[in-house]
Design a protein around this ligand. Structure first.
Ligand SMILES: C[S@@+](CC[C@H](N)C(=O)[O-])C[C@H]1O[C@@H](n2cnc3c(N)ncnc32)[C@H](O)[C@@H]1O
Length: 294
């Protein structure tokens, strides 16, 4: 436990940012997650700098993490080994994509669909589960459902499974499947009432030009969608009519410029009710469609 005044903290913060410039929001995030100093307390300490603050760790420890983040461009989430997402805090390593805020919306969209249809899905799947963020969120939304979470990366699946154990989800209802997209789900063909996926969708050349903090540390398997970014989406959409239950929904995240292409792929696969949905900034980043009922 470290005790210091707001004045001392802000002086330390200013000096560190001057020595190792980076987005101050990143340093504040570190203060919150690692030192337990919430953003509200940090703000209040500007108004009352004389008040004493308590940190869970020392300033040297925080400065060392910030130094590694700035000099080696390692994401803070990997340095801490955890990441807040929705109402969860998830373990992460460089074997999994750091769950993004926009992906939280996929869960909202899934919830909206289910509310509109009026019945909770009994069987659902998450393709490319990574940290398990989507699978965990769906399992918590619908505790009596059965879910299958697939990933080609064994290391990612181990993290997803550990996250599920940490959050105490009933293991028997959540199946962790190693393999290529639909392949491990052959026994479930035609019975999945909802399938969500945030697959790799960034065109290879764009991945090469990403910021080093992403390109050099997050798994290429989680980012690279091939030449046009659509390799995984083509594969997932192409098999969806066979794998979904009649009336079952497919809900996908995609790159900001792929909405038209993804909806066309869905239409070509003879899915129905194909449409896009926007993220919080109004960009079409999601596509949804369902298998027709006979
Ligand atoms: C963009 S990440 C999404 C991770 C997580 N669902 C999320 O939203 O944060 C894509 C995931 O797909 C997995 N993946 C890539 N190719 C795959 C394949 N052929 N079959 C199954 N999973 C694959 C990657 O390992 C990665 O975990």
């Amino acid at each position: 436990m470290t005790r210091l005044s707001g004045t001392a903290l802000h002086q330390w913060r200013r000096q560190l940012l001057a020595e190792l410039p980076g987005p101050s929001s990143g340093l504040d995030w570190l203060l919150d997650l690692e030192a337990g100093l919430s953003w509200q307390l940090l703000q209040a300490s500007q108004l009352h700098p004389e008040r004493e603050l308590q940190l869970r760790c020392g300033l040297d420890h925080l400065a060392a993490l910030w130094r590694r983040h700035c000099s080696d461009q390692v994401p803070l989430q990997y340095l801490l080994g955890r990441c807040p997402w929705r109402d969860l805090e998830l373990a992460v390593s460089d074997a999994v994509l750091i769950p993004r805020q926009e992906t939280e919306l996929l869960v909202e969209l899934a919830g909206d669909l289910v509310r509109a249809t009026g019945s909770t899905p009994r069987r659902w799947a998450d393709l490319g589960t990574g940290s398990g963020c989507l699978a965990l969120a769906l399992a918590r939304l619908w505790p009596s459902s059965e879910g299958w979470a697939v990933d080609r990366s064994a290391e990612a699946l181990a993290i997803a499974r550990a996250n599920a154990e940490h959050w105490g989800l009933p293991g028997a209802r959540l199946h962790w499947c190693s393999g290529d997209w639909w392949a491990p789900l052959a026994p479930q063909a035609g019975s999945l009432e909802l399938v969500v996926s945030n697959p790799p969708y960034i065109p290879s050349a764009v991945v090469d030009a990403l910021e080093p903090v992403v390109r050099d540390h997050e798994p290429r398997l989680a980012l690279d969608g091939g030449v046009d970014g659509l390799d995984a989406l083509r594969c997932i959409i192409g098999e969806a009519p066979r794998m979904l239950a009649p009336g079952g929904w497919l809900l996908l995240e995609h790159h900001h410029d792929q909405a038209k292409a993804v909806v066309e792929l869905m239409q070509r696969a003879e899915l129905v009710d194909c449409r896009s949905a926007a993220d919080l900034e109004g960009h079409a980043r999601f596509a949804l469609a369902r298998r027709e009922r006979p």
